[in-house]
Design a protein around this ligand. Structure first.
Ligand code: FDA
Length: 292
């Protein structure tokens, strides 16, 4: 119930105005969204962590906004070190206007990224965009085999999807939206995640294990040993500001750990989705509102 309410709030312009204009929100935003992306990337890199940078922006409804998002990514690439990754949401590149537009825009960013030794990963969004996501990923992959894509374990066809993505860079996550027919219980999502992990770790691609869940992290590490994967053959991924100690602990043990760093003014829907995922964060949010 609370989760659905927060998802609804994440789409409400009125709620966005109320929350965004409160000066008390700043502390919470700073914890999860980099206010200075260059500095955040430098600090994480110095700590031995890899980065995937996400220019925040949700669905655009005209070509000019989509073009602005492309320009923001091209400018971002100039500031990133080799080995970095950029996370891209296709709706921010115009997917709701036309699939071809989103493909062309993603291709522009991808070409520039690849020429700089930076990878690109396509985020998974609402369920009605998933078919286009995989079609665009398949097209881009023909020319740029390292383009990554996200699989959401809460979707019932996620295991089949992992089989189809054999050989690809795949970021596996639980899923942050809601979808008709999707697994809803935490236990079902976790089981699906573990089944996907088995497929990805046994395959020839590059699994990116995007979770903060200690149990799934242990399962991924055990499967990697079972499949005799070198530590350089897969990576863990976590969100900026979430379990930073665990990020450093895994890296110190020799694992590749990538931190997903969101930045930019359009932080509202991103933050609301994070709260919907983990309502316990609401207590943290409320505390910062009260104690500032
Ligand atoms: P879950 O939320 O169940 O948490 C498991 C445990 O982790 C908790 O019990 C707690 O111990 C710890 N924990 C989690 N959050 C915490 C917090 N804020 N503070 C302290 N401890 C915390 N989704 C999507 O639909 N499309 C996408 O493209 C992406 N991309 C993406 C990239 C990366 C790098 C990550 C890490 C995640 C995504 N996601 C995503 C989001 C993902 O689907 C999911 O919603 C969140 O990662 C939360 O799920 P967890 O697997 O972390 O487990």
């Amino acid at each position: 119930m609370l989760r659905q309410a927060l998802h609804a709030i994440s789409r409400s312009d009125r709620a966005e105005r109320v929350v965004s204009t409160s000066p008390l929100t700043a502390d919470v935003v700073r914890r999860y969204v980099a206010d200075d992306v260059g500095r955040a990337v430098d600090e994480l890199t110095r700590a031995g962590l890899l980065v995937s940078v996400d220019h925040l922006g949700e669905a655009v409804h005209d070509r000019t906004q989509a073009e602005r998002a492309v320009q923001a990514y091209l400018a971002l690439l100039e500031r990133l070190p080799e080995g970095a990754d950029v996370s891209v949401r296709l709706t921010a590149l115009g997917l709701r206007l036309s699939e071809q537009l989103a493909l062309d825009n993603a291709a522009t960013i991808c070409e520039s990224a690849v020429s700089m030794g930076i990878t690109l990963t396509l985020d998974a969004e609402e369920h009605d965009t998933i078919a286009a996501l995989h079609s665009i990923h398949a097209t881009l992959r023909k020319e740029h085999p390292d383009v990554g894509v996200v699989v959401q374990a809460y979707l019932r066809d996620s295991v089949r999807r992992c089989h189809r993505l054999e050989g690809a860079r795949v970021r596996l996550c639980k899923g942050a939206y809601t979808a008709p027919g999707a697994y809803t219980s935490a236990a079902d999502v976790d089981r699906s995640f573990a089944r996907c992990l088995r497929v990805l770790m046994a395959g020839t691609g590059y699994p990116m294990v995007a979770t903060h869940d200690p149990r799934l992290i242990r399962i991924a590490a055990a499967l990697a040993v079972l499949e005799e994967r070198d530590p350089s053959g897969f990576e863990f991924q976590m969100l900026y500001g979430v379990r930073p100690d665990e990020q450093e602990r895994l890296a110190a043990e020799g694992a590749r750990v990538r931190v997903h760093v969101p930045y930019g003014a359009a932080w509202y829907p991103y933050l609301m989705r994070s709260l919907a995922e983990r309502p316990a964060n609401l207590a943290f949010f409320a505390r910062s509102l009260l104690t500032r």
